[in-house]
Design a protein around this ligand. Structure first.
Ligand code: PEP
Ligand code: MG
Length: 620
């Protein structure tokens, strides 16, 4: 059972507070270690300040037919109040660090949009009318129905689906609180240096935290990929989410040591745990200062070989993080974000605006824009509008996905090519084709590309003399084994190890039951990577790795040893990867890669790679 704690009312939300019973004192005395999900690194040592939101009391309620108009009006009032609250929150954003603003502003915009002519509100009004439900019941039912559809979508990006479902539920939660005049909690009273403990924290709550006052955050609920986690990282507050049982064990005023890197929180630490916490705090501060210095240093091996480190970008909100990371450009701009959460297609102008934002932000560093990698049941709304295929066959991952879909619907590719060609005047860009399996697909895409370029030139659109390079993702075994043929059609390769491992090993990236078999270090995957890399290098064609492997510092010796000199990864991984590169010697890496490639046992490969700290290579 969860124990409710005292609440401070939020004046804008209405009246009422709930004073709650204190937890039994017996729990207080002993040191207690609990584990959660580490979401934002750093050490916090300080007193616990617990705050839990009193849930809104909104039992399911039916109405009489003649009350439908009144309920719709109540809903309209709650919508107006919710909009006002969010707009007020937006006006406070300017006091937050830039990265946090960049994370939260688009989220608040999405909230405001959901409070406009959205599916949620249209559906809730219909439920009031047709099912004779009270406004709060109608909102909750509709939000849940939408969340279920989102979560059922077949999409590799499960975290993205969870986030989108969370956004809908968050708006329903706000509407319900406003419909029932239940107060929102206030986080203003958190004392300086405290560790905030709550059952759950919404992204909007996180936006109200002052990182200069709060030492750390720990909550019972939540995961590593939600907006709240992203916000806490952007704010730089050491945080752990998903610590089950935490708010039952933590008492206000208890000392605690929180480690946002390992996900451990020690409540009521003894002298030994406190001492260890203080040591970790000093070590973390030193490490952070070292990584910050790395930003300005080049990514070059001890024997002078430069390695290009680029960032992967999923949403423009990541741009400030990318700027801070010291990335030399964007190696993979996933354009799917442009096509999500909408019922129509982004036109050429909308795409141009988004690419312009990214290219301008990169200030002359190259940007590799991957055209839409969409397929299966990735976006239900788009399917409803007839944009994506509605039936995907028994194996959506083997169906109309990526470039296959674009070649079937060339108008999608044309609009995207046109927008990219138009942005090419502003800075260096390259175009990347997803899920290639056959050289002819690249050939067909290039014909469309050149046709679009000719049309734009006829219309007098300014474009660089030489068209931006057109590259192919190598992310299927077919593409890897046909890399020499594809290399004749493409200008560069980007090896997508996430899908390459999935298709090679026939293991779904998002399927829990077979997760233990998903292994990018499997010799079959490594051999395909080696084959494709060598095909590119023979033609002196640029080749990069842009799957998750690229961001793992332990894998850097192997990747460099295979001949890779360009890695594109999550921006936050760049400093550590750079640190690894700066300790390596290319000849050692080559020797090490040869040794790894001689192995046929995946376990032995893991042993070799994991035991291989930079510097230990000479022994390999
Ligand atoms: C990959 O498959 O490795 C890749 C980078 O593409 P995505 O993760 O977007 O499928
Ligand atoms: Mg992929």
């Amino acid at each position: 059972m969860k124990i409710e704690k005292s609440e401070r009312p939020d004046t804008k939300a209405g009246a009422g507070t709930a004073e709650t019973p204190r937890k039994p004192a017996a729990r207080k005395a002993r040191e207690h270690v609990i584990r959660g999900i580490p979401v934002s690194p750093g050490i916090a040592i300080g007193p616990i300040f617990d705050t839990t939101e009193v849930p809104a009391e909104a039992p399911r309620r039916r109405i009489a037919a003649d009350q439908a108009e009144t309920e719709k009006q109540r809903l309209a009032d709650a919508v107006a109040l919710s909009r006002k609250q969010i707009i007020k929150l937006k006006s406070r954003l300017s006091i937050l660090p830039e990265e946090a603003q960049e994370e939260l502003a688009p989220l608040l915009d999405a909230y405001v949009m959901m409070l406009g002519n959205s599916r949620l509100l249209r559906g809730a009004r219909k439920r009031i009318e047709n099912e004779l439900l009270a406004a709060e019941t109608a909102v909750q039912d509709e939000a849940e129905a939408i969340a279920v559809v989102i979560l059922a979508a077949r999409d590799d990006d499960k975290a993205g689906l969870n986030r989108r479902a969370g956004e809908v539920r968050e708006i329903a939660r706000r509407l319900t609180r406003n419909l029932t005049a239940t107060p929102f909690r206030s986080l203003k009273g958190v004392p300086e240096g405290a560790i905030l403990v709550a059952e759950e924290l919404t992204p909007a709550d996180a936006a109200l935290l002052d990182p200069s006052r709060i030492a750390g955050v720990a909550t019972d609920e939540g995961g590593a990929d939600g907006h709240t986690a992203i916000m806490l990282r952007a704010l730089g507050i050491p945080s752990i989410l998903g610590v089950s049982g935490l708010s039952e064990s933590a008492m206000r005023g208890d000392q605690a040591v929180l480690d946002g890197s390992t996900g451990v929180i020690v409540l009521r630490p003894g002298e030994k745990a406190l001492e260890k916490g203080r040591e970790s705090l000093t070590a973390f501060a030193k490490e952070r200062a070292k990584l910050a210095k790395l930003r300005r240093l080049p990514a070059v091996t001890t024997d002078g070989e430069p390695v290009e480190l680029q960032a992967n970008l999923e949403i423009p909100a990541e741009l400030p993080l990318i700027a801070q990371s010291g990335a030399q450009g964007i190696g993979l701009l996933r354009t799917e974000f442009l096509f999500m959460n909408r019922e129509d297609l982004p036109d050429e102008e909308a795409q141009l605006a988004a690419y312009t934002q990214v290219v301008d932000a990169m200030g002359g560093d190259p940007v590799t824009i991957r055209v839409l990698d969409w397929g299966g049941e990735k976006d239900m709304e788009a399917q409803a509008s007839g944009i994506a295929p509605t039936h995907t066959g028994p194996n959506p991952a083997l169906g109309l996905r990526g470039l296959r879909l674009l070649l079937k619907r060339p108008e999608l590719l044309e609009a995207q090519f046109a927008a990219i060609l138009r942005v090419a005047e502003r800075g260096p860009v390259r175009i990347l084709l997803p899920l290639v399996t056959n050289p002819n697909e690249v050939k067909q895409a290039r014909e469309i590309y050149e046709r679009v370029a000719r049309r734009l030139r006829r219309k007098g659109v300014a474009m660089p003399e030489t068209l931006p390079d057109l590259g192919a993702m190598i992310e299927t075994p077919g593409a890897a084994l046909a890399a020499d043929a594809i290399a004749l059609e493409a200008d560069f390769f980007a090896i997508g190890t996430n899908d390459l491992a999935m298709y090679t090993l026939a293991v779904d990236r998002a399927e829990v039951d077979v997760a233990h078999l998903y292994d990018p270090l499997h010799p079959a995957v490594l051999r395909l990577m080696q084959f494709a890399t060598e095909a590119a290098l023979r033609l002196r064609m640029p080749v990069s790795v842009c799957g998750e492997m690229a961001g793992n510092p332990r894998l850097v010796p192997l990747l460099l040893g295979l001949g890779i000199r360009c890695l594109s990864m999550n921006a936050s991984a760049i400093p550590r990867v750079k640190q690894a590169i700066r300790a390596l010697d290319i000849a050692d890496c080559a020797r090490f890669a040869r040794r790894v490639m001689e192995q046929s046992d995946p376990e032995r490969i893991h042993e070799l790679v994991m035991s291989n700290a930079p510097g230990a290579l000479e022994k390999a």
